[in-house]
Ligand binder design. Structure first.
Ligand code: UDX
Length: 448
């Protein structure tokens, strides 16, 4: 790789949620590792400002997001509004910051989370190379790029949310896998319209960066490449270690895992956003207990009916004793890499999915909303390293799935396929691999 020692400034503007911040910082870190002459600036909102623990050589600059101090979303509706709030409040401060930085030291690349289209407009207005980074799968991006076609073909609006009918234009998806956030079509139609508009806007970016690779999502990447006449860099899986936690990690996890036999534990965690109600908590708890298997379960503060601490069913911890541990937040990558972990019950957020693949841990897939349904389909129907679970969590199904993954041959076969896939992912990041080459091309674009 061409190492030239002039400092080249790159500015990153992440979307302030865990599942978006981590991959954006990983992208910055990976570029810095490839070319230490990059000078990295992270422009970030006050809301969820990144507290980076490892000694990264990034300059962090807050910009005013106009949100009340200590504001926290109260539910899905607040989260959906967050993009609009940031779009209207951050445009002017972002513009001033980028112009100031560019005057001080020319900005060779401005990387923004593609769900904040306004940031791309600001970068382009200032004449910068504005690069859209989408943190979810290429397949879900391809769905968003084809909303109009899906309407024309009659797949949208969705008539049956559980329909197994295949979408011929978007193999391997079925109607039930479309990334919906609601089963109310009037809500969904405005979501489709907004996301379709946003996705089209990406066509004006200088480039599109995806945390994926052809070995995982060849069809979708080809489709995007065909429809978008801008450079596409598929640089995934981003897997460098970044200690970025918006919640405090529970340090007990790893020592507890050290005391468990190899491949005996199901790690259970549903990411940073999805919520549950008490009856779902009870189904999960009794399903795990009745499986007889060991488990490490993350119940995020605020995730159960919005309460800080979730109430577990009475008698549950007495029944499971030391074969189960419940924590508020885990060091997920270290947990997945631990030899005691044999399966991951996940909501299939894209980061969790990639982290599971990078550790060759088979998945129980309980997709909750949005792109998670697409990712679950890929894990179960394409890579065949996951078992699909029903939308309504039910203790009998939980018990069966946990046992199939941890105690039956099926789980071992998935682990074997997972190990093969993991090697493919690792070699894509080595010299000559597709992601390495995409990174190299991206670095060359930044230096040109
Ligand atoms: C959501 C979407 O579902 C996802 O597909 C989209 O790309 C981003 O927004 P989220 O719920 O945050 O994501 O899930 P995921 O993408 O899996 O990201 C969660 C991150 O939190 C992962 O990097 C995971 O390692 C981390 N995590 C989660 C922990 O470090 N500890 C935990 O206990 C739980």
């Amino acid at each position: 790789m061409d190492l030239d020692h002039r400092p080249t400034q790159l500015v990153f503007f992440p979307y302030p949620l865990q599942g978006h911040l981590t991959p954006m910082l990983q992208l910055a870190q990976s570029l810095l590792s490839l070319n230490p002459s990059f000078k990295i600036t992270i422009a970030h909102t006050h809301f969820n400002s990144p507290k980076i623990e490892s000694p990264l050589k990034f300059t962090l600059i807050p910009i005013d997001d106009g949100l009340p101090v200590n504001w926290q979303p109260k539910g899905g509706a607040d989260l959906l509004k967050l993009v609009d709030t940031i779009s209207s409040n951050c445009r002017a401060p972002l513009f001033s910051l980028l112009s100031r930085l560019n005057e001080e030291d020319p900005v060779a690349g401005f990387f923004y989370d593609g769900i904040m289209g306004f940031a791309g407009e600001v970068g382009t207005e200032l004449g910068l190379k504005a690069m859209a980074f989408r943190t979810s799968s290429a397949t879900s991006f391809a769905v968003f790029a084809n909303i109009e076609k899906l309407h024309e073909m009659g797949y949208l609006p969705i008539r049956d949310f559980e329909s197994e009918e295949r979408i011929s234009e978007l193999p391997p998806l079925r109607i039930k896998d479309l990334p919906a956030f609601s089963s109310d079509n009037s809500v969904l139609e405005s979501f489709w319209a907004g996301i379709s508009q946003l996705t089209k806007q990406t066509k004006k970016a200088s480039a599109l960066i995806l945390n994926s690779l052809s070995a995982l999502e060849n069809e979708a990447l080809k489709m995007i490449q065909h429809d978008f006449h801008i450079p596409i860099y598929a640089i995934g899986p981003l897997n460098c270690q970044i200690s970025l936690n918006l919640l405090p990690e529970d340090s007990k996890c790893l020592s507890w895992l050290d005391a468990q036999p190899p491949k005996s534990v199901i790690y259970t965690s549903f990411g940073s956003l999805a919520g549950m109600d008490s009856s779902q908590v009870a189904e999960i708890a009794w399903g795990l207990a009745n499986s007889g298997c060991r488990f490490l379960w993350v119940v995020r503060p605020g995730s159960v009916n919005g309460y800080d601490a979730a109430e577990l069913p009475s008698g549950f911890m007495d029944q499971v004793g030391s074969r189960g541990l419940v924590v508020g937040w885990a060091p997920q990558k270290d947990v997945l890499a631990h030899q005691a972990v044999g399966a991951f019950w996940t909501h299939c957020g894209w980061n969790s999915t990639l982290e599971s693949l990078c550790a060759a841990v088979p998945m129980a897939c309980w997709a909750r909303f949005g792109d998670q349904k697409v990712n679950s389909r890929l894990a179960c129907g394409v890579w065949r390293v996951g078992l699909e679970m029903g939308r309504e969590v039910e203790r009998g199904e939980v018990e069966r799935v946990v046992r199939r993954l941890l105690m039956e041959r099926e789980g071992e076969e998935m682990r074997e396929r997972g190990r093969e896939l993991m090697q493919v992912l690792e070699s894509s990041l080595e010299k000559g691999g597709s992601s390495y080459e995409a990174f190299e091309a991206l670095v060359n674009k930044l230096k040109s």
